[in-house]
Design a protein around this ligand. Structure first.
Ligand SMILES: [Zn+2]
Length: 184
């Protein structure tokens, strides 16, 4: 099986042939582990530790792959994706501490956001579990103030509470890392 990794493009790049916005592209230069990367991620499996990797940009709409992108790697950190090799080179040479801290801060923010969503999910399921346990024994469920930060009270009124919870906690694009979870 031919394997590859996916690199997300922020912002997306317009296909020069059909103008479609391309938000991700496949690459075989990072170890082909079916992993997803974006700017600010470390790629320890990359053979290039510091340098520029040229990659074809494939358009899923028209199939064109004549356009190239230039990925800058600085000590295994993906620092940027550019359309011109000269720009990639200039940016790679001018990386400074502020850039690195910026990537670090982005990671910290996304960690905090993920943690917040996880705890919200946990407490939502916890509240729903209490609700069905109470219902099963004929007791009335009183969420009190414990689930105020969640939408449990709203979900239990829905026809299919579990479905409503799932809909509300669908993974975000950035969370769909290790595997595809939103194939519909
Ligand atoms: Zn195209």
């Amino acid at each position: 099986m031919s394997m590859f990794d996916t690199i997300f493009l922020y912002p997306p790049i317009h296909c020069t042939q059909c103008q479609t916005l391309i938000g991700e592209t496949q690459t075989k230069v990072f170890g082909n582990l079916l992993k997803n990367y974006k700017i600010g991620d470390m790629v320890e499996t990359s053979e290039v530790k510091t340098g520029i990797i040229e990659e074809h940009l494939y358009c899923p709409n028209c199939g064109a792959s004549s356009q190239n992108i230039f990925i800058t790697i600085w000590h295994s950190l993906i620092t940027g994706i550019y359309l011109e090799s000269t720009e990639a080179e200039a940016k790679l040479l001018s990386i400074d501490r502020a850039d690195i801290l910026n990537h670090l801060m982005t990671h910290q923010r996304s960690y905090e956001e993920l943690l917040r969503r996880y705890l919200n999910l946990y407490h939502t399921i916890e509240g729903y579990h209490e609700y069905i346990t109470a219902s099963a024994t004929g007791r009335e469920w009183d969420p009190g103030i414990r689930f105020l930060s969640t939408r449990v009270s709203e979900f239990v009124k829905s026809k299919d509470p579990l479905f409503a919870i799932l809909e509300s906690f669908k993974p975000l694009r950035t969370e769909e890392y290790e595997e595809e979870v939103s194939d519909e």
